[in-house]
Ligand binder design. Structure first.
Ligand code: GLY
Ligand code: MN
Ligand code: MN
Length: 436
């Protein structure tokens, strides 16, 4: 029996495909670390979204001809000898019986079977410029079929990026998806709290990373949604610092940006806290400024408001605060226009979140920022990063890096913060750390 969630996704795809068209998508290839040792395998998100199928070496094909729709899966045959080494394969029979394929073919037969499937279709949807090998297979198949045009065979002549359909479908999360995202966010929230509680001056960043991973795995996550960032002191000023090898010093702030992936859905949380459990005066000033900007940006989330409201709110508050702290001098409006904040805040307010941490979906439509809709999920993650090398600011501010990041779902009434379980105010953080 096919999973009804996947069946709905097929229906949505078929509804958007033109008549007499074909859509193809290839599983993520296995990547090798060296010789025959693989990297952990993680299915391509689009492929998993459409199939629920987790094996590499598979191709999903969707054909719509004269209103008739078919889903065909190429996958690996059962092979007891190979399965002895790498585990059970679904095989062709269960591809039909459990994954809802109308037909299943062996991946070894692609060269022979694929050209036949293009017959009578005029439009091809695929993920353009993603997988060169697969792209070659598509064009070789069409070339093979083209040899039969004089016999009246119709071959495709138009190519459309399948992302145009899938990105938009994935952008609005269903209740089932939101349930998985809530779970990813909850386990990630617990992991952040554990790391805060167990942090001690003198530990290495990777020891905190180990605490995060243990919490993720304990709750059923199989991978982090991205490489965890555990950055002490000035390392926090490197936005995507993932080396995680430094020793945590007294009076450092520790920035942790980490989230679990749970059943293909990502969480993305950042918290920043004092290594010794107590913010210094300067650290607290910067922290409270970032927090004020984040709180204000979250509170104005509502359906039908433009995507860039968050960034505008954050910029107004951060720049006013930097002026108040005498880190920037001048008129707030001019400083924003001239991007004077850029040495301290050099990224956007956040990004879509879903199966991928930087999830799919356009941010602008016809040149203007798109408006939020219920079911969209995204991060709000302002930060201030004052590098130890920034000689334009007083020494007391240098080496302070703060980011605060939460995951927000737009609801009919406004918003819900999926990551609200992690403490966030300086008082809450210090209280939690005191209980160590
Ligand atoms: N963790 C990456 C990001 O926050 O965008
Ligand atoms: Mn993020
Ligand atoms: Mn993040």
């Amino acid at each position: 029996m096919q999973n009804p969630i996947i069946a709905n996704r097929h229906q949505a795809l078929f509804n958007q495909m033109a008549d007499n068209s074909i859509a193809l998508i290839c599983a993520a290839p296995m990547q090798y670390r060296n010789s025959d040792t693989e990297y952990p395998y993680r299915q391509n998100s689009h492929f998993y979204y459409l199939t629920g199928f987790e094996e590499s070496a598979s191709i999903a094909v969707f054909i719509k001809k004269q209103g008739e729709c078919q889903f065909i899966l190429f996958c690996q045959d059962k092979d007891p000898q190979a399965e002895q080494w790498t585990g059970p394969r679904v095989g062709l029979q269960d591809a039909v019986e459990k994954f809802g394929a109308s037909f299943a073919f062996s991946i070894d037969d692609v060269k022979v079977k694929l050209p036949e499937l293009f017959k009578g279709t005029s439009i091809v949807y695929y993920l353009i410029n993603t997988d060169k090998d697969f792209e070659r297979k598509i064009f070789l198949s069409i070339q093979t079929l083209s040899k039969k045009v004089r016999q009246g065979v119709v071959v495709p002549h138009q190519y459309i990026d399948l992302r145009v359909i899938l990105d938009e479908n994935r952008l609005i999360k269903s209740d089932d998806e939101l349930q998985l995202m809530r779970k990813a966010c909850e386990m990630s929230a617990h992991a952040h709290m554990k790391a805060m509680q167990q942090c001690q001056v003198g530990m290495f960043e990777y020891e905190l990373e180990a605490i995060l991973l243990q919490e993720f795995y304990r709750h059923g996550s199989r991978y982090p949604a991205y490489s965890s960032i555990v950055a002490t002191g000035n390392n926090a000023c490197t936005l995507h610092y993932t080396r995680n090898t430094a020793q945590i010093k007294n009076n450092d702030l520790v920035l942790i940006d980490a989230g679990a992936e749970y059943q293909y859905y990502a969480a993305d949380i950042t918290r920043t806290f004092p290594a010794n459990g107590k913010f210094t005066k300067e650290q607290q000033s910067i922290y409270e400024l970032v927090l004020a900007s984040q709180t204000a940006a979250i509170e104005q989330v509502a359906p039908n408001t433009p995507w860039d409201n968050a960034q505008q709110t954050i910029l107004n508050i951060l720049v006013q605060g930097l002026v108040d702290l005498k880190i920037l001098q001048g008129e707030v409006k001019t400083l924003i226009e001239e991007k004077a904040y850029f040495p301290f805040y050099m990224h956007n307010s956040g990004h879509w979140l879903g199966m991928d941490v930087h999830d799919v979906g356009e941010y602008k439509m016809q040149g203007t920022w798109r408006h939020l809709k219920p079911g969209m999920v995204f991060t709000i993650e302002p930060g201030l990063y004052i590098s130890e090398n920034n000689l334009n600011v007083e020494e007391k501010w240098r080496g302070i890096g703060v980011r605060i990041e939460d995951d927000i779902v737009v609801t009919k009434q406004g918003f819900d913060v999926l990551t609200k379980d992690v403490v966030k105010t300086p008082a809450e953080i210090e209280k939690l750390m005191k209980s160590r």
